[in-house]
Design a binder for this molecule. Structure first.
Ligand code: HMH
Length: 220
């Protein structure tokens, strides 16, 4: 049928928050070339801490799917995500050394600590996998939609930042996010109402955490 998918419905229903998360002033400043490099460096160091915490989160999604789903292609997609994070952590180290950011000396800001705590809350195996898969899709998609905007159309993104924008803005990553969306939607379509309600709450929480993360990066 041509009914809208649950995730697409939520993207429309929570449009205002969604726009704040994917068209944040920090992202707009990258795209129009006015970004302050010290803000970018702060984002880089903080995001490294976040991605280190994101690895166990993605592994926990994989464990939940292992427990509950027979669909092997889902597991392959998520395992691919785990593998990509290994490359991503190396990228952070390399990028940090280019910018003179010392990753060992970084203290997480409150918004980051809170977002990491939110990720940790999905750890226990009894946390529903449909809800966790929805969170996973939303987290990746905010970055995809944000950074792809910086390399689309008539942008003035500084050349120094193009590699970063391409990391999350490239079309393969876009395809990966679409696969995650299909997984989430397939789970949501057969989930009981209370799980769907919880997943929507989690979607909204991800958007709020992402907005706070951008706020933290762009403020002094
Ligand atoms: C804060 N959200 C944040 N950092 C990331 N690296 C992603 C999403 C995507 O992996």
């Amino acid at each position: 049928d041509d009914e809208q998918s649950p995730t697409a419905t939520w993207q429309a229903k929570h449009r205002e928050l969604y726009e704040q998360a994917t068209r944040h002033s920090f992202i707009l400043s990258i795209r129009d070339g006015t970004v302050d490099f010290s803000s970018f460096k702060r984002w880089l160091g903080q995001d490294y801490i976040f991605v280190k915490e994101f690895v166990p989160f993605v592994c926990s999604v994989l464990l939940k799917l292992q427990k509950e789903s027979e669909i092997n292609s889902d597991k392959e997609i998520i395992l691919g995500g785990v593998a990509a994070l290994s490359d991503e952590l190396s990228w952070f180290k390399n990028e940090a050394s280019k910018w003179g950011v010392d990753l060992c000396g970084i203290t997480p800001f409150t918004a980051n600590t809170e977002y990491c705590r939110f990720l940790q809350s999905f750890g226990p195996l009894d946390v529903n996998y449909t809800v966790a898969a929805t969170a996973f899709w939303a987290i990746e998609t905010v970055y995809q939609e944000s950074f792809s905007f910086c390399i689309e159309g008539d942008h003035k993104t500084p050349t120094e930042l193009l590699g970063t924008c391409q990391r999350w803005g490239n079309s393969d990553f876009g395809q990966y996010c679409k696969s995650l969306q299909e997984i989430a939607d397939r789970c949501l379509k057969k989930a009981p109402a209370d799980v769907v309600r919880k997943a929507e709450e989690v979607f909204v929480s991800v958007l709020k955490h992402e907005i706070e993360f951008w706020n933290m990066s762009s403020s002094e």
